[in-house]
Design a protein around this ligand. Structure first.
Ligand SMILES: NC(=O)C1=CN([C@@H]2O[C@H](COP(=O)(O)OP(=O)(O)OC[C@H]3O[C@@H](n4cnc5c(N)ncnc54)[C@H](O)[C@@H]3O)[C@@H](O)[C@H]2O)C=CC1
Ligand SMILES: O=C([O-])CC(=O)C(=O)O
Length: 328
């Protein structure tokens, strides 16, 4: 077992996702079952007491891998020496809102946190933005962290990816483990494009196993609108499934993706697949040696191109909006 614990900072620790996430991190599911962790919890001053309550419960679990918990309302303290930063703290949307409607309310959180990461985090820091609108919040954070490699800033589309796996598995009546090479392209928003033209089930292309009407009229909208459907049903946005996806994202980032498969993550574009450089967009990715790599060489037909372009256009518009707000 490594001696030095990995420092994991979680913002919004007293929120819904925080409550579903922290116990799993402390139990070793984020990085691996032999890696000790030290938690740093960042909250706004009025929620620090609630975070302290969660920390008491974490203590009460006597997790063998948990080597310490620090709670603060100061980003400079929270990110000091951080190896992993999970930026969850932000307002969730309510029924009837799109995630980008949160830009004005939440965007301001991510500049100062990006700067604190730049100034205080460990050299190997890896950042996952969960707070919505996640892609553009990651863009904001990254723009305030010029000394941190762009490849360390990511946003979460793993929940969309998992939703897509689950919907397809149900439709074909197969276990999710039979499905490989699922991709979410673009923005974590209702314009996202879950792609069945490269996904494989038992070695066959998924799009060929389902009828086109289901793909177009049921699968894509169900995955893209799932967050809104959860809000309608629960009266609150997804929390446990979001925490689960954050665990999956970071676990794969650290430990690598399985041979012959890939996953989805929003990473800083290098221009691949015509996505303008610098946008934080979801791609098919593999992870090796702690770095995400975009899967190259996929053929994109007109149906997919139109949908990827629409989602990327929304990311361009969100970037313009945060520029106009002076956030980047
Ligand atoms: N990317 C994704 O797939 C998903 C993203 N989300 C987003 O995650 C975010 C958090 O969701 P919930 O935990 O359900 O919300 P919540 O309202 O239960 O918790 C948010 C927490 O963040 C804290 N917070 C607010 N500003 C902060 C700041 N500047 N620094 C530190 N903490 C701060 C609040 O005090 C609160 O405790 C929302 O923006 C939500 O839309 C939710 C589900 C999936
Ligand atoms: O829909 C929301 O607002 C929360 C979220 O991002 C999701 O569940 O995908």
């Amino acid at each position: 077992m490594p001696e030095t614990p990995v420092k994991v900072t979680v913002t919004g620790a007293a929120g819904q996702i925080g409550y579903a996430l922290l116990f799993r991190i402390a139990s070793g599911q984020l990085l691996g079952s032999d890696i000790p962790v030290e938690l740093r919890l960042l909250e706004i001053p009025q929620a620090v007491k609630a975070a302290e309550g969660t920390a008491m419960e974490l203590d009460d679990c006597a997790f063998p891998l948990l080597r310490g918990i620090e709670i603060t309302d100061d980003p400079n303290v929270a990110f000091d020496g951080a190896n992993v930063a999970l930026l969850v703290g932000a307002l969730p949307r309510k029924a009837g809102m799109e995630r980008k409607d949160l830009l004005e309310a939440n965007g301001g959180i991510f500049g100062p946190q990006g700067k604190a990461i730049n100034d205080h985090a460990a050299d190997d820091v890896r950042v996952l933005v969960v707070g919505n609108p996640a892609n553009t919040n990651a863009l904001i954070a990254r723009s305030h962290a010029p000394d941190v490699p762009a490849s360390r800033f990511t946003a979460m589309t793993r929940l969309d990816h998992n939703r897509a796996l689950s919907q397809l598995a149900k439709k074909l009546d197969v276990p999710v483990t039979d499905i490989k090479k699922m991709t979410i392209w673009g923005n974590h928003s209702s314009t996202q494009y879950p792609d069945l033209f490269h996904a494989e089930v038992g070695g066959k292309i998924a799009a060929e196993l389902v009828d086109e009407t289901w793909l177009r009229e049921t699968f894509i909208p169900t995955v893209a609108q799932r967050g809104a459907a959860i809000i309608q049903a629960r009266g609150a946005s997804s929390a446990a499934s979001a925490a689960n996806a954050a665990i999956d994202h970071v676990y794969d980032w650290y430990n690598g993706t399985a041979a012959g498969d890939w996953t989805s993550a929003a990473i800083v574009s290098d221009g691949s697949y015509g996505v303008p450089e610098g946008l934080v967009s979801s791609f098919p990715v593999t992870s090796r040696g702690g770095d995400w790599e975009i899967v190259q060489g996929l053929e994109i037909d007109a149906f997919s191109r139109e949908r990827i372009d629409a989602s990327v256009q929304e990311l361009i518009e969100e970037r313009e909006a945060v520029r106009a707000l002076g956030l980047i």
